[in-house]
Design a protein around this ligand. Structure first.
Ligand SMILES: Nc1nc2c(ncn2[C@@H]2O[C@H](COP(=O)(O)OP(=O)(O)OP(=O)(O)O)[C@@H](O)[C@H]2O)c(=O)[nH]1
Ligand SMILES: [Mg+2]
Length: 438
């Protein structure tokens, strides 16, 4: 579905990169294995990066060739396809070693990228906030470091020097390499320090938020599942939602009124994907650290995607890795206006919605309310003037919205059950709050 072809003419006009995609299917590759689905996803990633897939080759081998990864015969096939399609790059669905990238670049005559390199490029294009940019830059340098050797050999050859300098083994390339390595290590340290600072500021903001005792809800899910569309639908946040992968890289946070008695802080997060480069997992842990502090996760699943079960379990694995699997989670089956492909189990608290048409959103709000509203209610308290001292503790322990000085002090506030218990004598038409739902 992602392989819609453009004519080469159009591609040239658009100045897009057009890429031949190559995947290796091999039992020894395990998670890094390629198949039709992962190649279709790679094509979508290329599209996100502003490129266009013009051909795909899936090779099966017992194990990768240490030298050329897919075997020389297959590389020749790739080279022919590159020429026929006038491709400007070859992108592998698997991770390549620096020397394999070098060999393949030479053999195909065009730029060769691997999946991690492509994802890093996309993140670099899309990061907007200071923290996002710093994180991507850090991940890029960490990705680059082990690849420096290969790059230099390549550049030397391109420049026409044979690599054997007249002064002996320690040619200019090597000296340059050491300088560059030192430079990059320095750069990495500097970026880490800057990140530390940005995060320190953010954690203070978070503490302030926690003091307010407003529950935090985090939207998580596979990339393109519809997370931003959902946040827009329920808060009118105006976040761009696009049919491309990794559209959102920075956390957006909004206030959401779930019910009469429940307000929450809700945030959109970066999408998850299989084979996320580990440098990025590390770099983005901090953004996703927010998850650890969430009171509730909404796991958005695109059930119109035939791969949704696999995508959901990739997300759950990452949630586990981020130590957020203790947090209550509602599965949100999205895009139910399209089609539900396959079976799903009947879990409690799972909701089917369409973020696009709005179907099921009220049921989702009820589910959030059930999970979070443990007897918290918005009430009007008629406080006698001789009890004015209680206002102080109300400001501390509840969310005071309005105070009117009438015959009594009329306070409109969202109160947790403990406060309600203390004040029930002053609340008009008082009824006991709902039982805990846990
Ligand atoms: N048919 C249909 N399309 C939807 C629905 N929700 C989202 N989409 C579409 O799915 C695509 C992805 O939506 P986004 O909200 O950008 O997805 P996301 O999860 O934020 O994606 P990333 O930020 O890239 O991780 C967009 O083209 C949306 O219009 C839905 O309920 N039904
Ligand atoms: Mg998004």
């Amino acid at each position: 579905m992602y392989m819609e072809r453009r004519t080469l003419e159009e591609n040239r006009e658009n100045k897009r990169d057009y890429a031949v995609l190559v995947g290796l299917r091999s039992p020894v590759l395990r998670e890094d294995n390629a198949d039709e689905e992962s190649l279709a996803e790679l094509a979508a990633l290329v599209e996100t990066a502003g490129g266009q897939a013009v051909g795909t080759i899936l090779q099966s081998r017992e194990k990768p060739d240490p030298h050329s990864f897919i075997g020389e015969g297959k590389v020749e096939e790739v080279r022919r396809m590159v020429q026929e399609e006038e491709a400007t790059m070859v992108i592998f669905d698997n991770d390549l070693s620096p020397s394999q990238i070098r060999v393949l670049t030479e053999m195909t005559g065009v730029q060769v990228l691997d999946r991690s390199g492509l994802i890093l490029d996309i993140f670099a294009q899309r990061a907007k906030t200071k923290e996002g940019c710093l994180q991507v830059e850090l991940a890029q340098y960490q990705y680059l470091l082990p690849r420096l050797v290969g790059m230099w050999t390549h550049l030397e050859r391109q420049a026409g020097t044979s690599g054997k300098g007249p002064i002996g083994s320690k040619g200019p390339g090597e000296t340059q390499l050491e300088t560059d390595r030192r430079h990059i290590h320095r750069k990495i340290d500097k970026l880490k320090a800057e990140l530390e600072e940005v995060r320190r500021v953010r954690s203070t903001q978070r503490q302030r938020r926690q003091k307010n005792e407003i529950p935090v809800v985090a939207i998580v899910g596979y990339t393109n599942a519809g997370k931003s569309t959902l946040l827009n639908a329920i808060t009118g946040a105006g976040i761009p939602a696009n049919n491309r992968l990794f559209d959102t890289l920075d956390t957006t946070t909004r206030l959401l009124t779930v019910s009469d008695t429940l307000d929450v802080v809700i945030s959109d997060t970066v999408g998850f994907i299989r084979k996320l480069p580990h440098q990025l997992v590390e770099a983005f842990k901090a953004t996703l650290e927010e998850l650890e502090y969430a009171d509730l996760l909404l796991h958005v699943i695109d059930v119109s995607n035939p791969q949704w079960q696999q995508q959901a379990s990739i997300v759950e694995d990452l949630i586990h890795e981020l130590k957020a699997d203790q947090i209550p989670c509602i599965r949100v089956y999205n895009k139910c206006d399209v089609a539900f492909s396959g079976e799903r189990s009947h879990e409690e608290d799972a909701v089917s919605i369409s973020a696009k048409t709005g179907e099921g959103i009220p049921a989702l709000m009820e589910a959030i309310d059930r999970r979070l509203d443990k007897g918290t209610r918005r009430v009007v308290i008629h406080l006698p003037y001789d009890k004015a001292g209680m206002l102080d503790s109300l400001y501390r322990e509840a969310k005071v919205e309005d105070v009117a000085y009438q015959e009594s002090i009329d306070v409109t506030a969202v109160c947790p059950p403990k406060v309600l218990g203390q004040l029930k004598d002053y609340i008009e038409g008082w009824t006991e709050p709902k039982e805990d739902w846990e």
